[in-house]
Write a protein that binds this ligand. Structure first.
Ligand code: RTP
Ligand code: MG
Length: 138
């Protein structure tokens, strides 16, 4: 299995709840390496590009409004199989499916405010790292 990088982001609800430290700790303890991180408020344009795959969905406007509503903590993590393993550590999108012990299963009860984003494929990871951090970190 190749060494990969992924893009993870603590969403505004996670920053507000002060769980950045807990989330970083989980990925460090698992053995992944933090390659970049920044606290920032995303522009509408960046949020729309980030979630472009959902542009035609009815919840797109709310999603962009939410992700730009306050600071997010954007991160790049590196390690073996990190894209898939980070998604497992995050837990499922739907709150009824996210198991205790996962980030969403421990902290989230709603579909829209679900604490963390993680790239869902190698192509998404490369695209999202480039979008948030620039090509030198991809
Ligand atoms: P994310 O992209 O934020 O990491 O979440 P995900 O891969 O687990 O889920 P995805 O299907 O990409 O959806 C992106 C975010 O949109 C919100 N959502 N709302 N109202 C709805 O039916 C609905 N479906 C999805 C969720 O907050 C999800 O994280
Ligand atoms: Mg997604």
């Amino acid at each position: 299995m190749a060494i990969e990088k992924t893009f993870l982001m603590v969403k505004p609800d996670g920053v507000e709840r002060q769980v950045i430290g807990d989330i970083v700790d989980r990925f460090e303890r698992r053995g992944f390496e933090l390659k970049g991180a920044k606290l920032m408020v995303a522009s509408k344009e960046l949020a729309e590009k980030h979630y472009a795959e959902h542009a035609e969905r009815p919840f797109f406007g709310e999603l962009v409004d939410f992700i730009t509503s306050g600071p997010v903590f954007a991160m790049v993590w590196e390690g073996e199989n990190v894209i898939k393993l980070a998604r497992t550590m995050m837990g499922a999108t739907k709150p009824e499916d996210s198991n205790p012990g996962t980030i969403r299963g421990d902290f989230a009860t709603t579909l829209s405010h679900n604490i963390i984003h993680g790239s869902d494929s190698l192509a998404s990871a490369e695209r999202e790292i480039g979008l948030w951090f620039g090509s030198e970190l991809v």
